[in-house]
Design a protein around this ligand. Sequence first.
Ligand code: PAN
Ligand code: ZN
Length: 193
Amino acid sequence: MSLEHALREIKLDLRKYMMKPAKRSKVVKLSEMKDFFMDSEAVEKILSKGKDPVIYQYYEFIEEEAPGHLTIGLTVLYPGKVGKEYFMTRGHFHEKDSAELYYGISGEGILLIQSRQGETDYMVLKPGTIGYVPPGWGHRTINTGRKRFVFLFAYFSDAGHDYGVVKEKGFAKIVIEEKGKPKVVDNPKYLEG
Ligand code: PAN
Ligand code: ZN
């Protein structure tokens, strides 16, 4: 890295909820998340109407995917439900066990974590709340509010992402709406072991 480019100005646009510069950005629609929501019938019902809602999008600033670097990003998770289950991110484990920082900016949601042994924990993430994902724990965020749930994150750039385990087994807990309120319950489709 040359000296004149040692410091970067990374800007968060808190009106449009964008981050610039971003080296990677992704929009995730429902059709990409068929295996992640519990109620596959509800998924098909939405898609069969010709709709494919955007569930979330994220921007990442990556200096270098090398040890010691941090990747910083912004996620915008839209409000909505598939059946009873709130819109959420796919969730993943990092290939290299390392921690991740979350910082709530707007809206409200849940940060759900799970160990490789299937233990779970969760916290509410609101504007100004910091979430710390310990090394080795899988993580997913869920929008339990009516507005966009927006948060900043930072993880070690060489951590890698493993979505396979979550796709195959799911998380042990899911977040559903019951009597108008969010509830964290056991996932009936969770495959243990
Ligand atoms: C987050 C997530 C982001 C999108 O930045 O990558 O919210 O979620 P998925 O990666 O599960 O689709 C993070 O934990 N990065 O490591
Ligand atoms: Zn992560």
